[in-house]
Write a protein that binds this ligand. Structure first.
Ligand code: ATP
Ligand code: MG
Ligand code: FE
Length: 333
């Protein structure tokens, strides 16, 4: 079984080839056009996907040493994501599957972020809990099997990656600010400033309050001292990061207790955060958890995870027809 997988849900154009469950490559073209706008501009993202998609697919096929006639299926991200971005990948996948007369496999992007754990060892054992933290999502997912997942908690407003990026923007940092907060936080005191920790009912999250809290906090401090941000950058970054991680860990602990599960995984772009990784490692010790964190290239958007998900769907014969359409708000399950 050899599958070509395409990812185009947001601002990364990616293609990968998987052969008998082994990922052969993972070609990613990152779009730089969005940097100067401080966020992803949907219209520009679609256009950039149009430009990048064919070269990226060519490279994936060429570097795999597999002829396109040998492909067993074409897989693509159906959603969730930006409609215009998804449309580019979906249309291309349909055309290619039609031309080669092979099956088409639709993949849920959030499910794929979780299945990124099966690209390399060590792999989590079922059932496990996955905390998916990205630019567009924050979810606690009970993973019962490769294709059997249940969302047990999620954000009711902003995603945690969005909270990182928006507070970074308030601090005058460029987009995406998450990695920069991580970097400055390393030299700062996480208890220097206190921001409110929201506590939603059950296993849900809320991250919109911290953005407003940071906005007013900075506005007041800047009135007294126009250099406040420059002089306290590390402490502000460390305090914001500490608060966001605290909110995530509070619900992760609750979920692990409630479901009596010690297999814990994280996925999505924010799982690159070093503070989050440190905190998880110490919780793992304390609660005897087995914690799984994918390699960085498989945390952010990539086609290798789409390929991995496609492999399991192929084994179950889960294909779609050429009349399939993208779903911007596609749900797990
Ligand atoms: P989704 O998967 O929900 O559609 P997305 O694909 O845009 O959203 P990812 O590419 O998985 O999200 O992750 C990007 C997010 O991860 C951004 O918000 C970015 O700031 C954040 N991020 C990346 N590295 C770090 C880091 N070291 N610390 C904190 N945040 C980070
Ligand atoms: Mg992204
Ligand atoms: Fe993603």
């Amino acid at each position: 079984i050899t599958i070509l997988a395409i990812e185009s849900s947001c601002d990364e154009t990616s293609a990968a080839i998987i052969s008998d469950g082994k990922v052969l490559n993972n070609i990613i073209a990152t779009q730089s056009v969005h940097e100067k706008y401080g966020g992803v501009v949907p219209e520009l993202a679609s256009r950039a996907h149009q430009q990048h998609l064919i070269p990226v697919i060519h490279e994936a096929i060429a570097s795999s040493g597999i002829a396109k006639e040998e492909l067993s299926a074409i897989a693509f991200t159906r959603g969730p994501g930006l409609m215009g971005s998804l449309m580019v990948g979906v249309s291309f996948a349909k055309a290619m599957a039609f031309a080669l007369d092979i099956p088409l496999i639709d993949i849920n992007h959030m499910q794929a972020h979780i299945l990124a754990h099966f690209i390399e060892d060590p792999k989590p054992k079922f059932p496990f809990i996955c905390l998916t933290v990205s630019g567009g999502h924050t979810q606690l997912v009970l993973v019962k099997d490769y294709l059997d997942m249940e969302v047990i908690g999620e954000t009711t407003d902003d995603a945690v990656g969005e909270a990182f990026d928006k507070t970074a923007k308030l601090m005058g940092l460029p987009y995406p600010g998450g990695p920069l907060i991580d970097k400055y936080a390393k030299e700062g005191n996480p208890k220097a400033f206190e921001f409110p920790v929201s506590d939603m009912p059950g296993l849900n999250f809320s991250f919109s309050g911290i953005k407003t809290a940071v906005l007013y906090f900075l506005r007041d401090r800047l009135k007294e001292n126009p250099q406040f941000i420059e002089e306290n950058l590390a402490d502000i970054a460390a305090s914001v990061q500490y608060t966001l991680i605290k909110m995530l860990m509070q619900k992760l602990k609750k979920a692990a207790n409630q479901y009596k599960i010690k297999e814990i995984a994280i996925a999505g772009g924010v799982s690159a955060n070093s503070g989050l990784r440190d905190e998880l490692a110490s919780l793992a010790q304390k609660h005897h958890w087995n914690v799984y964190v994918p390699k960085f290239e498989y945390c952010t958007d990539n086609a290798a995870m789409i390929a991995m998900a496609a492999h399991y769907k192929y084994l179950k014969g889960e294909f779609v027809g050429l009349d399939v359409v993208p779903e911007a708000r596609m749900k797990i399950g």
